[in-house]
Design a protein around this ligand. Sequence first.
Ligand SMILES: NC(=O)c1ccc[n+]([C@@H]2O[C@H](COP(=O)([O-])OP(=O)(O)OC[C@H]3O[C@@H](n4cnc5c(N)ncnc54)[C@H](OP(=O)(O)O)[C@@H]3O)[C@@H](O)[C@H]2O)c1
Length: 226
Amino acid sequence: MEDFRLESVLLVGSDHKVGLGLVQQFLRLPHPPQQIFATCRCPDGPEGQVLKDTACRCSSHSALVLLELDVTDPDSIKEAAKKVKEHVAGQGLNLLINNADVTFETTLDSENAQTMAAVYATNTIGPMQVCQVFLPLLKTAAWRSQRRGMSCSKAAIVNMSSRCGSLSVVDGWERKQDVGYRCSKAALNMLTRCQARSYSFWNILCISIHPGGMNTQLGAEQAAGS
Ligand SMILES: NC(=O)c1ccc[n+]([C@@H]2O[C@H](COP(=O)([O-])OP(=O)(O)OC[C@H]3O[C@@H](n4cnc5c(N)ncnc54)[C@H](OP(=O)(O)O)[C@@H]3O)[C@@H](O)[C@H]2O)c1
């Protein structure tokens, strides 16, 4: 943990559960990032207020910058990137965490083109577009860093996946099928492999992770079935 020092982190989808928890953990680090960009779709709404209240309870609250970002809206992604670029002022972005997701309770019979496309738009296409737009800032951070190898402290993309998207495990099928969600996370895992192949050229680490059983509605359901 002592070595986990980064100047900037961007958390996409940060106003609920896992995302909000991550913001809190970053703010409480012994050496918090100088800039924590926390995004949500409605920063001026109640969710944004939750983020502001969270920040106020931490001594490092001045690090938090609240931004609007909808991963399904390319203009919104570009606008957020513009603001991040202004804030980091030539330093680049160390860590990008794609945490946003949606899911619909579906079965293999009830899943349809509309639900599947909506889930893909947020869970798979969204992270791809966010990474494309923020890539120049990640490259800058990687290029500036004195650290050897690849790391989250240097330049990294973390895509928040799920065991539900694992081709080998197919976790919790008997309990809930959510076919679109599973497929979107499996595709996200492959997107991550593609990014790793390509972006390692610039020393940008790309990983997808399952956050584990979280104390959230989705987490409680998954923990019950795994
Ligand atoms: N909870 C678990 O135990 C668990 C288990 C396995 C994997 N995961 C993964 O971990 C991540 C977080 O899980 P969670 O339970 O905290 O999910 P969540 O409560 O559903 O939160 C998802 C976040 O995504 C945001 N979001 C949705 N659509 C968006 C869009 N179009 N643009 C930008 N943001 C959008 C939501 O913000 P709004 O307020 O705007 O809706 C919210 O902040 C997800 O990727 C999930 O698949 C979680």
